[in-house]
Ligand binder design. Structure first.
Ligand code: UDP
Length: 477
């Protein structure tokens, strides 16, 4: 008689925050896992589920090994760019998500009778306690996916030391002072710390929660970073030895899919007319302007940026989201000279197919809010950046762009029309060759990492093997 127990195939439950950048990168990871023959259930809120079905082909493109699962109603996902809105999102994910996850992991088999039970949970880096608590109840391993940059992650982890040494809270005029974040002392200033670390009141719930969640990463069996091998990872590995740097995940997926370009994961309707507009522009002549899915600007800031772009005399493609301007719902009056400048050399859309835009030969620069996905997409496309960070890890990412990778300029703290014009001219004209050459070098490194034999490729293979063989022992601190 054969006594060998039949081990069911691996099945991963992926649990992202309901925001574009998180859903996008965690869906790319899911697609990579499906391509490695792993079953994936992707857990989303009701509105995110609706947006994915309306604007993408996730319902059909993954094949039989992928399912979307929805959380119950009641999860707050408005105003995620505000401290209160973000905290309310995390609170409702906890109150609605925890009982749901318990029920789901306890009876996953029942919910989908032909699928193997969940064998591993991959959670967003902001939901670690919730995921690990529940998964442990069912003796399941959890792996954390950090959607933010590894540099920002490390800053969060180091904040207890910074508080201890009196660096935090930051005092009025100390923004330019060097921090003592281990491994980043030579270039990181206090003003480059993630925005939540710059709050004056360190008792603010969102700051406490985010730091706690980052420190909780050690409770998981491993942590995935959407990056390729970079020096700061050696610091991170002192705390989380089982770190898988598998990024940039969008480039990794592209490399796996070969000739078939990956599909979009946009939660909004993409206006592809901008690609036709780009077709008619000279090579590397257009600066693409986008502030991601959440960041907002005041009307005054909007006009300063717009004046700066028009005064620079460069061509520009601008993503002007319906909800970009704080307190307004789209299209209000703008000065005639700006309308004319836009008509003469610009193009505006509500939402762009960003990866395709950045890879278009006519694009020569990216005026960005420095979200981590946008930063990686620009790196992979070899497009130099002008960084105007707004919140979260963007402050840290913009510093990395200017001071470490040297592939652009950090506009942090200044957003007047003169600065905008000067930086656009610098990146698109004066220092164009220098930035393009450097951006090309960094793009090559990213490409090499996700190619056969590259570091991200071997890390992904190790991750897949560990999930398959269930060889995920607890991380040691
Ligand atoms: N994005 C897009 N079209 C746009 C603007 C953004 O597809 O017009 C995508 C972009 O490619 C990226 C994501 O939205 O993958 C934004 O994520 P990021 O981390 O850069 O910023 P966030 O929106 O989280 O602030």
């Amino acid at each position: 008689m054969d006594t060998t127990a039949v081990v069911p195939p691996p099945h991963v439950l992926v649990f992202p925050l309901p925001a574009q950048g998180h859903v996008n990168s965690m869906l790319k990871l899911s697609e990579l896992l499906c391509l490695s023959d792993i079953h994936v259930t992707f857990l989303v809120t009701v509105p995110t589920h609706g947006s994915l079905l309306a604007h993408t082909d996730v319902g059909s493109r993954f094949g039989e090994k992928f399912r979307l699962e929805t959380l119950p109603d009641g999860i707050h996902q408005d105003d995620l760019h505000t401290l209160d809105g973000f905290m309310e999102n995390l609170n409702t994910l906890e109150s609605v998500g925890r009982p749901f996850l318990k029920e789901y992991l306890g009876g996953g088999h029942r919910r989908c009778p032909f699928w193997p039970p969940v064998s591993c949970v991959i959670t967003d880096g902001a939901l670690v306690s919730l995921a690990v608590d529940v998964a442990e109840e069912f003796k399941l391993p959890t792996i954390v996916f950090q959607t933010i940059s590894v540099a920002a992650f490390w800053c969060y982890v180091c904040t207890p030391d910074l508080i201890q040494s009196g660096e935090l809270p930051i005092k009025g005029n100390e923004m330019d002072l060097a921090t003592k974040v281990k491994g980043m002392e030579s270039f990181l200033r206090l003003g480059d710390l993630p925005s939540f670390c710059q709050l004056q009141n360190l008792e603010t719930p969102i700051f406490r929660t985010l730091v706690k969640e980052k420190l909780q990463t050690t409770r998981a069996r491993g942590v995935i970073f959407n990056t390729f091998e970079e020096p700061i990872l050696s610091q991170v590995r002192t705390m989380c030895p089982n770190a898988y740097a598998i990024g940039p995940v969008h480039a990794h997926l592209k490399a796996r899919l070969d000739a078939n370009p990956p599909s979009s994961n946009s939660l909004r309707d993409e206006d592809r007319s901008c690609l036709s507009w780009l077709e008619n522009q000279p090579e590397k002549s257009v600066i693409y302007v986008s502030f991601g899915s959440l960041a907002v600007v005041t009307r005054e800031q909007l006009l300063e940026i717009w004046h700066g772009l028009v005064n620079s005399g460069q061509r520009f493609l601008w993503v002007h989201r319906q909800d970009l301007v704080a307190g307004e719902n789209g299209g209000d009056w703008v000065p005639t000279e700006l309308e004319e400048g836009l008509k003469a050399r610009g193009y505006m859309v509500r939402w762009a197919p960003q990866e395709a835009v950045l890879e278009h030969p006519s694009v020569g620069g990216f005026f960005t809010h420095s979200g981590w996905n946008s930063t990686l997409e620009s790196i992979v496309a070899g497009v130099p950046m002008i960084c105007r960070p707004c919140l979260g890890d963007q402050n840290t990412n913009s510093r990395m762009v200017e001071a470490v990778w040297k592939i652009g300029m950090d506009m942090k703290g200044r957003c007047d029309r003169v600065t905008v014009e000067k930086m656009v001219r610098d990146v698109m004209e004066k220092r164009k060759d220098e930035f393009l050459q450097r951006a090309e070098e960094v793009a090559k490194l990213a490409g090499k990492a996700v190619g056969e034999g590259g570091s991200s490729c071997s890390n992904l293979r190790r991750l897949v093997d560990d999930i398959r063989s269930r060889a995920l022992s607890p991380m040691r601190t």
